[in-house]
Design a protein around this ligand. Structure first.
Ligand SMILES: [Ca+2]
Length: 389
C-alpha cells in the first residue's frame, strides 16, 4: 500500500463502473474524498446526479448493515466512511456539455438511466430524492432509525459549479496534496484549467481513465469513449504542463476484467445492500456482452483507476509524449504518438519532447482482483478461484 491518506476529488459520470469505483473508494481506508464533481458522459448530468444519490444511499445502507451484523457474518469490516463522516460529501454539478459540440452518452451500454436500468428494476419510492424501495428496505432490515432518509444528510450540493469546486478545493488545500481522479470525460477538469491555470498547478496528480494507445478504441475504431466524448478537453489536459497520469484501454481491458460467474456465485450470495446493488446494475451490460460477443465479463476501468491510488504497486506508469486529437472527423479523441525514427544527426523526436504525462503500461491483475473482492465484499480472490464452478 502507498503510505498515508490520499485526498481526492472524484470527477465522474456515473455510470456502472463509476458506481462500483465510488463504492470501492468509499470503502478504501486510505482514500479521503474531498468532493465529487459530476460530468456528463455515460449519461446526462441529471441522471448523474440521481445516480450519485443512489450510490450514496447504497453505501449508507451497507454501512448500517455492517454495523448491525455480527463480525463473523462478513469477513471485512471497513471503516464507516460515509455515515460517520464529520461532514457530508460535497457534490458539485458540471455544465453537462463538452467544451465544444453536443454531449455524447453511452446509454446503449450503461442503460437508459446510466446505471444498467436500475431505476426500472427499483422504481423510486416517491421521497423525491431518487431513493428506491430496495435501499429503504435494506436500510430498514439493517435497523436504520430512519430508513426513508435515503441519501439525505449524506451529501451537500455545492453552490459552486464542478469546475469552480475543483478550483476551490485546490485553493483550500496545501500545494500538491489533492489528486483529481477523472473517471469520465475531462470537461470539468479542462474548464477549471481554463479558468484558473495557476491554481491548477497546485494539483498533485490528475489521473484520467481514458485513451487508447495501442489498443483499438471502444467508441470509434481509434478512440476511447471518455476522450472521444470531450476531445478538446482531453487535448487540453494532455497538452498542459500539469502532472497527468493516464489509464488507457491498453491496461484497463487487460488487468481489470471481472468474470460474472464469480460475482453471481459468491457476491450475490452475500445479499448485502452493496452486493445486491452491484449484481443488479451489471445485469444489462452482461446481457449485452453475451448477446454481442458471447462472454459475460465486465471491465472495471474506473475501479482500476481508484485502485492505482489505493495501492501504488498495482499499476506501472511510464512517461510518454503524445497528443490527443481534439476534433477530427474520424479521429476525435485519438492518441497521436510520434513513432517516426530519429532523423539523421538529430535526437529521436520523443527525446526532444516534454514527458510529464505518464501512461499506465502494466497492471497486476491478481493484485487488483484481490483488492477488488476484499474491499467491496470481504471475499478472498484466491479462495473464490478455487471454489467456483
Ligand atoms: Ca466513467
Amino acid at each position: 500500500m502507498s503510505g498515508g491518506k490520499h485526498s481526492v476529488i472524484i470527477d465522474t459520470d456515473p455510470g456502472v463502473d463509476d458506481a462500483i469505483a465510488l463504492l470501492f473508494a468509499f470503502l478504501s481506508p486510505n482514500i479521503d474524498i474531498r468532493a465529487i464533481t459530476l460530468t456528463q458522459g455515460n449519461t446526462t448530468i441529471e441522471n448523474a446526479f440521481r445516480n450519485i444519490k443512489q450510490i450514496l444511499a447504497v453505501q449508507a445502507a451497507h454501512e448500517r448493515y455492517l454495523a448491525s451484523t455480527a463480525p463473523t457474518d462478513i469477513k471485512v469490516a471497513p471503516p464507516a466512511a460515509l455515515v460517520s463522516r464529520e461532514s457530508p460529501v460535497v457534490i458539485a454539478l458540471g455544465q453537462g456539455i463538452p467544451l465544444e459540440g453536443e454531449a455524447e452518452y453511452a446509454h446503449h451500454f450503461h442503460g437508459e438511466d446510466g446505471l444498467g436500468n436500475y431505476f426500472t428494476m427499483n422504481p423510486p419510492n416517491g421521497s423525491g430524492d431518487g431513493q428506491t424501495e430496495a435501499v429503504s428496505k435494506a436500510a430498514a432490515a439493517a435497523g436504520a432509525k430512519t430508513p426513508d432518509a435515503g441519501a439525505e444528510g449524506l451529501y451537500t450540493v455545492s453552490e459552486r459549479s464542478a469546475e469552480d469546486e475543483i478550483i476551490h478545493q485546490l485553493q483550500s488545500h496545501p500545494d500538491k496534496t489533492i489528486t483529481i481522479l477523472a473517471l469520465g470525460p475531462l470537461s470539468n477538469v479542462a474548464r477549471a484549467m481554463q479558468k484558473a491555470p495557476e491554481t491548477m498547478k497546485k494539483v498533485k496528480h490528475i489521473i484520467s481513465m481514458g485513451g487508447a494507445i495501442n489498443h483499438p478504441g471502444n467508441i470509434t475504431p481509434v478512440s476511447e469513449f471518455n476522450w472521444f466524448a470531450d476531445g478538446l478537453a482531453a487535448h487540453l489536459v494532455i497538452a498542459s504542463s500539469l502532472p497527468v497520469r493516464v489509464l488507457p484501454l491498453d491496461v484497463t481491458m487487460v488487468s481489470a476484467v471481472v468474470e460474472s460467474r464469480y460475482l453471481y456465485e459468491h457476491v450475490a450470495a452475500l445479499s448485502t445492500p452493496l452486493s445486491n446493488f452491484v449484481t443488479q446494475i451489471i445485469q444489462h451490460i452482461l446481457q449485452l456482452t453475451e448477446r454481442s460477443w458471447g462472454y459475460r465479463w465486465l471491465t472495471m476501468h474506473d475501479p482500476l483507476t481508484i485502485g492505482c491510488l489505493v495501492d501504488n504497486s498495482l499499476v506501472e506508469f511510464e512517461p510518454l509524449h503524445f497528443e490527443v486529437e481534439p476534433s477530427g472527423k474520424l479521429t476525435r479523441g485519438m492518441c497521436i504518438i510520434d513513432r517516426r525514427p530519429p532523423k539523421l544527426n538529430e535526437p529521436a523526436p520523443a527525446a526532444t519532447k516534454r514527458k510529464n504525462v505518464e501512461v499506465a503500461v502494466r497492471g497486476d491483475t491478481h493484485k487488483f482482483l484481490k483488492l477488488f473482492y476484499y474491499t467491496l465484499f470481504g471475499l478472498d480472490w484466491d479462495t473464490l478461484k478455487k471454489t467456483t464452478s
